[in-house]
Design a protein around this ligand. Structure first.
Ligand code: GTP
Ligand code: SPV
Ligand code: MN
Length: 614
């Protein structure tokens, strides 16, 4: 019941609001009544506003300004040590029916969850400002712009969302003029301040809730300030909620990079890659090809929206505007394109280490470790410390338009035609460097049974092999079997001749000595060259029970030294390893229950039969 005090919150929220969109004003007022912020600020997205928020966050100790001559307009943030990654066990899909969330998701009855959230959010923004961030995922001039509004009590989130998405006045004006649907997304760090109570640099709550109501298309996030938990346009909207929109509207929302590759003959190809978190999307998206004459340009590194195009092709766009990239392992030798983009500034680094001269450092940035650093926890660090200076899931947040190799088509709402899809993961054994699927449905099987060793991108154990369908395990907004059926449905609307070819890749296989069998990074261009030559019908391959694998001679290894034994280890399809793998796949497919599409089961049976016939 709204008494005078709570009504005052609602009035304050909408007084001087830069819009007359009644439904939006009403929702903002209701959330303000619930959360009771001290002030409400409608975000315009300007540089001045950003600079003001940055100054406030520096004052509060949340941000450290980096040396202007090294990283202009850039900041480092250090999170609470208990708030460093996505929290999958606290992430819920609250569909009306449990079966619609599927076996891969946490589910709770929506009414029950609403009760919990009402309690958690009641007064949760006390003593703080509630920011209203109008945003659009994808292009503002798309045929059907995908709007959202995030209400957050974190200025760090505002600054990060400004990098990751198109936000502010222009979006609000168009959304209001169209009275358009927007995804309502509420975020609170869950750390209200009593009058006079001093704030901490990274407020958060031990209890965390990352909740999606797919039918309502709404998001409620509580207790974390970190990345995918808090920048709600990213995983919560552009994957979980968007996957549900996509199911209902006939398209696909995927955890994929998009790369444009131009051959020495000047033919351009577009390749998407679905790899689980921290498994190499950003690195491949920004690849610096080592193979002669090939040019790479990027369109995106994390999220791809796929639609059937007018001519029966798959068309793809990147709905994001920035990178939230894994810092460790990003260096001048492994990823110079990312380093150049970062060096232009306008970035926020989270949980990296600070150098004594006002710069940042993380493991793998340079070969030689600095003699002294302040590590991500704020402690003195030297190479002898024996602990990582940067958190393994530390990240750089950088505008994509600072990329020298950004493809022109990035700005085109019509996107690009997709020629190939790579599914990849981290597997020490079993999965060869690259395998071409026999056909589309066999490729969908490869996606459905994709597996990877877990990484630091999510809280929990690292290095455990788990199945991760299409690299979407943590990001599916609905039942996993229905999702695979939807892949079949969307592809059924395309010209079969124009469907992208599907490849399974693994940059992480170990050789017999325990090292990486394949050098990876820029050298992956050699694999991409093989992929394109397969599309062109030029490259040789060996047929194996899982598909076509390069012959050792068909990979262009000019200019690098790869030992014969390593190449053998990288390309091998070992029947003994695959006996175990097929067992694990069978167990995995069992979990889908009744919604597993028959075509996936049939393609798996065919794979097993090919092994048996060997
Ligand atoms: P999210 O942003 O979490 O979705 O991850 P991502 O898939 O974009 O991962 P990213 O490209 O940032 O890679 C993460 C880690 O994989 C880094 O530590 C890299 O050094 C490592 N990595 C990427 N590519 C390769 C490769 O080709 N070979 C090897 N050995 N490691 C790689
Ligand atoms: C991932 O974990 O896949 C990321 C980082 O891309 S986050 O935005 O935190 O989800
Ligand atoms: Mn990701």
């Amino acid at each position: 019941m709204a008494d005078n005090a709570t009504t005052a919150f609602a009035e304050r929220a909408t007084a001087n609001a830069p819009t007359d969109y009644a439904q939006l004003l009403d929702w903002v007022a209701r959330v303000a009544e619930l959360t009771q912020p001290d002030a409400v600020h409608w975000v315009d997205g300007s540089q001045e506003e950003n600079d003001r928020l940055a100054a406030e966050l520096v004052e509060a100790g949340t941000l450290t300004k980096l040396a202007e001559d090294k990283f202009p307009n850039s900041y480092a943030a250090f999170s609470d040590p208990a708030d460093v990654a996505r929290v999958e066990d606290r992430t819920f899909i609250c569909s009306e029916k449990e079966q619609d969330a599927g076996f891969t998701n946490n589910w709770m009855e929506p009414a029950k969850m609403r009760g919990i959230l009402d309690e958690a959010f009641a007064g949760s923004m006390r003593g703080r400002t509630m920011y209203v961030i109008p945003f659009v995922m994808g292009h503002l001039d798309a045929e059907d712009p995908k709007y959202g509004v995030e209400l957050t009590d974190s200025a760090y989130v505002v600054m990060s969302m400004r990098i990751m998405a198109r936000i502010g006045t222009e979006v609000l004006e168009k959304m209001s003029a169209e009275q358009a649907f927007y995804v309502p997304a509420v975020h609170s760090v869950g750390a209200p301040l009593e009058p006079g109570q001093e704030d901490v640099p990274w407020p958060c709550n031990e209890t965390k809730w990352i909740v999606h109501f797919p039918e309502e298309r709404s998001i409620w996030s509580y207790g974390s300030g970190y990345g995918g938990n808090a920048l709600l346009g990213k995983k919560c909207y552009a994957l979980r909620i968007a996957s549900v929109m996509a199911r209902d509207e006939g398209w696909l929302a995927e955890h994929m990079l998009i790369l444009k590759l131009t051959s020495p003959e000047g033919k351009a190809y577009h390749i998407a890659g679905a790899f689980p978190s921290a498994c190499g999307k950003t690195n491949l998206a920004l690849i610096d090809p080592t193979v002669e004459g090939w040019k790479a340009e990027t369109l995106g590194d994390d999220i791809t929206w796929i639609r059937p195009g007018k001519d029966g092709e798959f068309r793809v766009i990147n709905p994001e505007a920035g990178y939230f990239g894994v810092a460790p392992g990003t260096g001048w030798s492994t990823n110079p394109n990312a380093m150049r983009a970062i060096a232009k500034g306008n970035s926020i680094f989270t949980n990296v280490a600070l150098t004594d001269d006002g710069g940042v450092w993380w493991e793998g940035m340079t070969e030689e470790k600095p003699a002294h650093l302040t590590d991500w926890r704020g402690n003195d660090w030297t190479p002898e410390s024996g602990t990582p200076a940067a958190h393994p899931n530390s990240r750089f947040c950088t505008p994509i338009n600072q990329t020298d190799m950004l493809a022109d088509e990035y700005t085109d709402p019509a996107g690009v035609r997709l020629d190939a899809i790579l599914f990849g993961g981290r597997r020490k054994t079993t999965v060869p460097l690259v395998t071409e699927s026999f056909d589309w449905e066999d490729g969908v099987l490869k996606g459905a049974t994709l597996s990877s060793e877990t990484t630091a991108a999510a809280a929990g154990a690292v290095g455990v092999v788990r199945r991760d369908p299409m690299a979407m395990l943590p990001f599916l907004g609905y039942d996993a079997g229905d999702y695979l059926a939807h892949w079949a449905k969307v592809s059924g609307e395309c010209d079969p001749e124009k469907l992208p070819r599907i490849y399974l890749v693994n940059w992480f296989r170990r050789n017999r000595d325990g090292g990486f069998a394949w050098p990876g990074f820029g050298e992956n261009s050699r694999v991409l060259k093989w992929v394109v030559e397969r599309l062109e019908g030029k490259a040789d391959a060996t047929e194996t029970p899982i598909g076509h694998v390069p012959t050792p001679e068909s990979l262009d290894l000019t200019g690098i030294e790869v030992k014969d034994a390593d190449l053998e280890d990288a390309l091998k399809v070992d029947p003994v390893e695959w006996e175990t793998e097929n067992e694990l796949i069978a167990e995995w497919l069992e979990k889908f229950g009744g919604t597993l599409p028959e075509s996936v089961r049939a393609k798996f049976d065919a794979q097993r039969e090919r092994f048996e016939a060997q």
